[in-house]
Ligand binder design. Structure first.
Ligand code: MOS
Length: 751
C-alpha cells in the first residue's frame, strides 16, 4: 500500500476551465465519492498496533499508582505506558513550545494532573478492542486536590496575556472616560460566549511508524511542517528525522493547528513496542485534551453623540485559560478598528482554571468579539433612535485609526447596500415585537462581519514532466476547504493549461514549507507560492527554448514568447512554437524545474488588511414556546478576488452555518464540581442539522485588492462565522423585545 500523499489533477477529459474565478469541480471529488481519499485513520502499516488513551477523572491532584497487571494480562495487550515507565523526554516533554504547533502537552513525564481528561496512560494492543478493554482494566489510584473551576472566584487571579494574536493585550487611544461622560447616548452591558469544542467530522488521529531512528507520522493536522518541528523537539530528534503525511482532513476548525499530546504519545508508544501505532482520538476525547474555545465575558461601554457618532468605546474581555498554559481568545481586537471612534480602550485578561488548554477555534476573537460588539451597537442604536444599519454607516471607519493605516481595500458600504436591498431591510418596522405573524414573532437583525487578511511566507516547486504535465508541490493542506482544487486552478491559470495537465502534491512535510492552514490564509500564502512558482517556471521554459537550437523558437526574444494552450508560442507568428511535452522530451528534468519562496511584499506593512461583510438575519420566535427558527439569512461579503467560485461560496456558506451554530446551538457544559464536560458527545453537544439551516442568500461583492498579494485574495475561510451570532441575537431582540447577552440563545431565556 502506498502510504504517501497522492498526486492529483482534474480528471482527464474534464473540459472545465482552470481560469481563476470559475467554478472548477473539486479535483479530489472522484476520490472522495469513491471512498479512495484516505484520511489518517485509513492508513495502514505492516504490523500495525492500536493505542487507547486513558484520561484522568480528576481535575487536579496526582496519580499515586496505576495497577497495570489486569490490562497486561488481557489477550492482545502489548504495552501500557504510564508516567512510571514512559521514556523521559528533553525538558520534561515541553521542549520547543512555540504556538501554533508547539503547545503545553501531557506526555506522561510526571504524576501531576491539571485537568479532567488529561492523558494519564496509553494502552497498546493488537486490536482496537483490546486496547480499549486494556484501558478499562487499568486501576488508577489518585490523590485529589481541590480544582480551581469557579470563573467568578478565579477572576481574582486574572492576569494579562503576553500578547493577543501578535498585538498588545491592552489598548487605549483618546479619552474614553471623557467621551463617555460627554455623550448623549450611553450603553453599558456584559456579554458572554460559552465554552465550545471543535468537533470536526473526523476526530484527531495519528499513525506513528519508526524506521530505525526515523519517524513517519500520518496525522490529521492543519500544519505538517509545524507538527514535524514540534514532535522532533519533544523527542530530541532533528526535524530531518521526522516526516508528517496528511493528504486529506475531515475538518479541523483550529484544533488541528497544534500538535496535541496524542501525537507525541503515539510516537513514544511506537518506539516502545517497536511496531507502528495508530492512536485515533475518540469522539468523547475531543472534549478536553485537544483544545477548545474558552468561555468569555465581555464588558462593553459604548456611547454616542446626538448625531449617533461614537464618542467612547470600551471592550474588556475576561477569558478562561488552562492553569498549564496561557491562551487568549482575543475578542476585543475587532473593537479597535471596526468603527470610527476617537476614544477607545480595550483589554484582555486570562482566568486560569483546571481545564484543558484552549486554542484557536473558527475565527478566534472575531467570532466572539463581533457577537458582543454587534449586539452592543444594536443596543446603542436603539437607545439613540437610529436604524441599526444607518447607525453603522454613520460610524463607518474609512481609516484604521488603531494602526494609523489605510485599508488595502474596503467595500463594506457596498456589502451593506447590497445585503440590505436583497433582504428588504428598508421594510423593517423598527419597533420590537411589531412584525408578528400569528403565533410567530418576527425579528430582523443585522451585523457587520470582518476577518483579517493574513499572509505568511510559503514555498513551492513547479516542474515540467516528460509527458508535458506540470507537477506542483507545496507542503500545505486541504482541510476539506478545497485547497487541492484551488491550487490546481492557480497553477492551470498561471500556465494557461487545462486543469487536467496539473499534477499537484500537498499534505506532506517532505514537500516545500508552507505555514499552518489557519487564520484563513492558505489561499493567500500557499496560493501565492504556487502562483510564483508557475510564473518562474514559465520564465525558465522560455529561457530554455530560446537558447535551444533545436527549438522553433530559437533566438526569439524572450518577451515575444508566450505560454499558452499547453505550449510555448511566438506572440506574433501564428503556429511558430511547440508543445510543452516536446520541450520536455529534449531536456533533462532538472533543467525544467524551479523552487520559489513567496513572501509578502513591502506593501504589506503599509495597509490594514481585512475582509468585510454584512449579515442580515430573520428569526421567527414562537410566542408561547420560545422556539427560535431562522428562516432566512442574507449575507454580502467583500473578500478581494474570489479565486474559486464553488469552493469559495462553500466556505462562506459553511462559515454562516458555524455562526448559526454559535448563536443557537453549541455549548459545552462543564460540571463546576469536577471540571468534566457533561455533554461530551455529538448527541448532546448540539450542532445545526439541515432542518436548522435557513435559506441563505450569499452575495459576493466584486473587489480588487492590489496590495494583498499576487492573487488579490483576502481571507475567506473564517469571515462567515463573524457577525452571524450578533445578527441573530439582534433579530431575537427585535422579535421579542428580550435582549439575550449570553450565547447560545436558548428558548428558556425567552420565556
Ligand atoms: Mo482557524 S481557528 O485559524 O484554523
Amino acid at each position: 500500500m502506498d502510504n504517501s500523499s497522492p498526486t492529483l489533477g482534474a480528471p482527464a477529459g474534464s473540459d472545465e476551465s482552470g481560469k481563476l474565478g470559475t467554478g472548477l469541480n473539486r479535483v479530489d471529488g472522484p476520490l472522495k465519492v469513491c471512498g479512495l481519499a484516505r484520511y489518517t485513520g485509513d492508513f495502514y502499516a505492516p504490523g500495525l498496533t492500536h493505542a487507547t488513551m486513558l484520561q484522568s477523572r480528576i481535575a487536579a491532584g496526582r496519580v499515586k499508582r496505576i495497577d497495570t497487571a489486569a490490562a497486561l494480562a488481557h489477550p492482545g495487550v502489548l504495552h501500557v505506558m504510564t508516567h512510571l515507565n514512559a521514556p523521559r523526554l528533553p525538558e520534561g516533554g515541553q521542549a520547543g513550545i512555540k504556538p501554533p504547533a508547539g503547545r503545553t502537552l501531557s506526555l506522561l513525564q510526571d504524576d501531576r494532573v491539571h485537568y479532567d481528561g488529561q492523558p494519564i496512560a496509553v494502552v497498546v494492543a493488537e486490536t482496537l478492542e483490546a486496547s480499549r478493554q486494556g484501558a478499562r482494566l487499568l486501576k488508577v489510584e489518585v490523590e485529589e486536590e481541590t480544582p480551581v473551576l469557579d470563573f467568578e472566584a478565579a477572576k481574582a487571579e486574572a492576569h494579562p496575556p503576553e500578547e493577543a494574536q501578535g498585538q498588545e493585550p491592552d489598548s487605549q487611544r483618546g479619552d474614553p472616560a471623557g467621551g463617555w461622560s460627554a455623550a448623549a447616548h450611553r450603553h453599558e452591558a456584559t456579554y458572554t460566549t460559552p465554552l465550545q469544542h471543535h468537533n470536526p467530522l473526523e476526530p484527531h488521529a495519528t499513525l506513528a511508524q519508526w524506521d530505525g531512528d526515523r519517524l513517519t507520522l500520518w496525522d490529521s493536522t492543519q500544519y505538517v511542517h509545524g507538527v514535524r518541528q514540534t514532535v522532533a523537539q519533544r523527542l530530541g530528534l532533528s526535524p530531518e528525522q521526522v516526516r508528517v503525511v496528511n493528504p486529506f482532513v475531515g475538518g479541523a476548525f483550529g484544533s488541528k493547528g497544534s500538535a496535541w499530546s496524542h501525537v507525541v504519545l503515539a510516537a513514544m508508544a511506537a518506539r516502545e513496542v517497536k511496531r507502528p501505532v495508530r492512536l485515533a482520538v475518540e469522539r468523547t476525547q475531543m472534549f478536553g485534551p485537544v483544545g477548545n474555545r474558552p468561555f468569555t465575558e465581555q464588558k462593553f461601554k459604548l456611547a454616542a453623540d446626538t448625531e449617533g457618532r461614537l464618542t467612547a468605546l470600551e471592550h474588556h474581555v475576561h477569558a478562561e485559560t488552562a492553569r498549564i498554559e496561557d491562551w487568549i481568545e482575543p475578542s476585543a481586537l475587532v473593537s479597535r478598528f471596526l468603527y470610527a471612534c476617537d476614544n477607545v480602550a480595550t483589554s484582555h485578561r486570562l482566568v486560569p482554571l483546571n481545564v484543558g488548554v484552549p486554542t484557536f477555534q473558527r475565527a478566534p476573537g472575531e467570532a466572539t468579539g463581533t457577537f458582543a460588539l454587534e449586539s452592543a451597537m444594536d443596543e446603542l442604536a436603539h437607545a439613540a433612535g437610529i436604524d441599526p444599519l444607518e447607525f453603522r454607516l454613520r460610524n463607518h471607519s474609512d481609516f484604521d485609526a488603531e494602526r494609523g493605516l489605510p485599508y488595502s481595500s474596503k467595500s463594506l458600504r457596498e456589502c451593506y447596500a447590497r445585503g440590505a436591498e436583497a433582504f428588504n431591510w428598508s421594510r423593517r418596522d423598527s419597533r420590537p415585537g411589531a412584525m408578528r405573524d400569528g403565533d410567530a414573532l418576527i425579528g430582523w437583525g443585522m451585523a457587520t462581519a470582518t476577518y483579517p487578511a493574513k499572509r505568511m511566507p510559503a514555498e513551492a516547486t513547479a516542474a515540467l514532466l516528460p509527458d508535458g504535465r506540470v507537477r506542483v508541490e507545496c507542503g500545505t493542506h486541504d482541510l476539506g476547504t478545497g485547497t487541492w482544487t484551488l491550487l490546481t486552478q492557480v497553477a492551470a491559470d498561471a500556465l494557461d493549461l487545462p486543469p487536467s495537465r496539473i499534477a499537484l502534491r500537498i499534505g506532506d512535510s517532505a514537500l516545500p514549507m508552507a505555514p499552518v492552514s489557519g487564520g484563513s490564509m492558505t489561499a493567500a500564502s500557499a496560493g501565492a507560492a504556487v502562483f510564483s512558482a508557475c510564473e518562474e517556471l514559465r520564465t525558465r521554459l522560455i529561457d530554455v527554448v530560446v537558447a535551444d537550437e533545436d527549438s522553433p523558437l530559437h533566438g526569439v526574444p524572450h518577451e515575444r514568447v508566450e505560454c499558452r494552450n499547453g505550449g510555448l508560442w511566438h506572440r506574433n507568428e501564428p503556429g511558430r512554437g511547440e508543445a510543452l511535452a516536446t520541450v520536455a522530451a529534449r531536456h533533462r528534468e532538472d533543467e525544467l524545474q524551479v523552487k520559489v519562496k513567496a513572501t509578502p511584499g513591502p506593501d504589506a506593512e503599509k495597509f490594514s488588511k481585512h475582509s468585510f461583510g454584512a449579515v442580515f438575519a430573520e428569526v421567527r420566535v414562537d410566542a408561547e414556546l420560545g422556539v427560535i427558527h431562522v428562516p432566512r439569512i442574507v449575507a454580502a461579503y467583500a473578500v478581494g478576488r474570489l479565486l474559486s467560485a464553488k469552493a469559495g461560496r462553500s466556505q462562506l456558506l459553511g462559515g454562516i452555518v458555524w455562526g448559526l451554530s454559535m448563536a443557537l446551538h453549541e455549548h459545552s457544559l462543564r460540571d463546576p464540581r469536577y471540571g468534566r464536560i457533561a455533554n461530551a458527545n455529538l448527541a448532546e453537544y448540539h450542532v445545526p442539522v439541515n432542518a436548522d439551516v435557513p435559506d441563505i442568500e450569499l452575495i459576493v461583492v466584486p473587489e480588487d485588492d492590489p496590495h494583498i498579494g499576487p492573487l488579490g485574495a483576502k481571507g475567506i475561510g473564517e469571515i462567515g462565522i463573524t457577525g452571524v451570532a450578533g445578527a441573530i441575537a439582534n433579530a431575537v431582540w427585535h422579535a421579542t423585545g428580550k435582549r439575550i447577552r449570553d450565547l447560545p440563545i436558548s428558548l428558556d431565556a425567552l420565556l
